[in-house]
Design a protein around this ligand. Structure first.
Ligand code: ADP
Length: 552
């Protein structure tokens, strides 16, 4: 990979996009990009091409590596393109002379650029150095005790920075990775069988993913050490996990401070909030309250992170970088600090509690979402005059985005039209689950959206629909019932599609689990992408009994 890249003139300081399937070839390619001296830019083949185009342009990538099958999904103009058609040699020979001339990276050079949601309507690229990655990996190795005989099951998408740990921690420690394919990581039954076939000893996932596995009937494994990261770990989930797994760690951190900044090991039955723990090595956590003063234990403040993990900045955005990366005004904690926007407080025992955000940013199924980015996408649709997006907790950590939309006069757009338009621009986790038309947007006296005055979408009567066909057969009634419960809507008809009603792929797993409980039949979750209720119900057996399967 490295020598092919060099023929394109790629070297130190350049960025190379990786647009590939989740296979061992992906990990090898990322290492090859590093070997060439360049940094990698994840381009998730599942993301809409308009978003990839935005990212590629912002990152000024020097080349893109893709595969024949995926080439058509790359946005036009992403040249030069290198096809990852290479096979694996039986063994690798290290041809690097070790004198640095081959272009291998130096610690301060860029390792990757990871794009995350930006409040101004554009994703922003976080630039992370090898030094930061190395520090994180060494530190996590120590905290969780990763050994050469450990095997890690990798399930995170590689446009999400926690994947960096999954790809490189086992390699650094001489351990083994089992890389779940796209199909496997998106479908709970496939993931369950991968888990039982491969018996991993370490696995990292978001709380949403752990819930999904739990709901699909997973029983945990005493030899498995797990890391839960990316969003809040609730005491209920922690308690469920600790009773079934060998060890449970709550990992906290923003992409701007390199994957994780603190870890907390859950030991025993939790009593209340799960802390985000103590700093990883070479990391300082400062809680500032009032006029930039260090907050004593128990006093909430904003978290600032210093040390080896602090990213270099946002790619091509010195304005944003200046706003969030600051020179440290205090004598301790490193030269530069990242202002997280997270509200935290010290406990007396020296660990941190996470209390929420100081702004509107939310984590949806572990992914960061700036409501402002979704609002900008909505307002870019013709016939949409104004939009406001808020997150609503539907219970059990299921956060759904609600989009309030004021249409231009005379518009005939429906919620389905809006979802179709957004799907071409935004990744799935940024899609609003509920779209609420409003006559006018409530505003504060300063002309901003008055978020507190937005109506509760769950309390409002469902909109009248002329095309509504009520479910008829017992299978249709059963499926409509299950969708209604999970989507929290009051009416589901024969011609409805799960995703058009605001469903998302993690929720399809819960539909599968519920239908299995009611009928004993395990349906294929993928049919929900394309088929309507009537079509899916026609493939299901009737429900066994109101109480579910006997003995289930
Ligand atoms: P990551 O680096 O894990 O990919 P993001 O950069 O997408 O995460 O989002 C970081 C934000 O997610 C944090 O600032 C915080 O608000 C939230 N977050 C991450 N991990 C946790 C956790 N364990 N508990 C509570 N909130 C978390």
């Amino acid at each position: 990979v490295a020598s092919k890249l060099r023929t394109f003139g790629v070297g130190q300081g350049d960025i190379v996009g990786g647009h590939m399937e989740r296979t061992a070839r992906l990990v090898a390619t990322l290492l090859g990009i590093w070997r060439s001296g360049a940094a990698y830019l994840p381009l998730d083949p599942e993301a809409p091409s308009a978003r990839l185009a935005q990212i590629l342009e912002g990152a000024e990538a020097r080349a893109v590596i893709t595969e024949e099958r995926l080439r058509g999904r790359l946005p036009p103009g992403s040249d030069p393109v290198l096809l990852a058609d290479w096979g694996f040699p039986a063994s690798f020979e290290n041809t690097d002379s070790g004198d640095g001339r081959a272009g291998s990276p130096v610690p301060q050079s860029l390792a990757y650029v990871m794009y995350t949601s930006g409040s101004t309507g554009h994703p922003k690229g976080v630039e992370v150095s090898h030094l930061s990655v190395r520090n994180l990996l060494e530190s996590v190795r120590h905290v969780i005790g990763f050994r050469p005989d450990d095997c890690l099951l990798a399930v995170s998408t590689y446009s999400f920075d926690i994947s960096v740990l999954e790809f490189f921690l086992p390699l650094l420690c001489g351990g083994r990775i089992v890389l779940g394919s796209n199909e496997q990581v998106k479908h709970a039954p496939a993931l369950l069988s991968l888990l039982s076939q491969t018996n991993p000893t370490v696995m990292q996932a978001t709380p949403s993913m752990w819930r999904l596995l739990r709901d699909a009937g997973w029983q945990g494994h005493p030899q498995l050490r797990i890391i839960s990261g990316g969003e809040e770990l609730t005491p209920e989930l922690a308690s469920w996990l600790i009773r079934r797994c060998g060890a449970v760690f709550n990992g906290y951190g923003p992409t701007e401070a390199t994957i994780y900044s603190s870890f907390h090991e859950v030991t025993g039955e939790p009593d209340g909030r799960i802390p985000i723990g103590r700093p990883l090595s070479n990391t300082s956590l400062l809680v500032l309250a009032g006029k930039q003063q260090l907050a004593p234990p128990g006093v909430p403040g904003e978290l600032y992170i210093g040390g080896a993990g602090v990213a270099l900045g946002y790619r091509g955005r010195p304005d944003l970088t200046r706003d969030r990366f600051l020179l440290n005004p205090l004598r301790r904690g490193g030269d530069r600090l990242y202002r997280t926007g997270d509200r935290v407080a010290w406990r007396k025992d020296g660990s941190l509690d996470f209390l929420g955000r100081v702004d509107n940013q939310v984590q949806v199924r572990g992914h960061r979402v700036e409501p402002g980015e979704v609002e900008a996408a909505l307002e870019g649709i013709r016939e949409v005059a104004r939009a406001a997006v808020v997150a609503k907790d539907m219970g059990e950590g299921d956060l759904r985005l609600v989009a309030y939309v004021v249409f231009e006069p005379g518009s005939s757009l429906t919620g389905t039209d809006i979802r179709r338009a957004l799907r071409a621009l935004l990744p799935e986790y940024m899609m609003p689950g509920i779209i609420e038309p409003l006559g006018r947007m409530p505003l504060t006296s300063s002309g901003k959206v008055d978020r507190r005055a937005l109506p509760d979408p769950l309390r409002r009567a469902p909109a009248k629909r002329d095309d509504f066909l009520p479910p008829e057969t017992s299978q249709e009634v059963m499926l409509a019932d299950v969708w209604q419960q999970l989507l929290r809507i009051s009416k589901v008809g024969k011609t409805d599609n799960f995703f058009d009603l605001g469903g998302h792929s993690l929720l399809t797993m819960r539909v599968v689990a519920k239908i299995e409980r009611l009928t004993g039949f395990r349906m294929d979750s993928r049919v929900m992408f394309f088929q309507n209720l009537e079509q899916i119900a026609a493939t299901l057996p009737p429900p066994v009994a109101a109480g579910g399967m006997p003995g289930a």
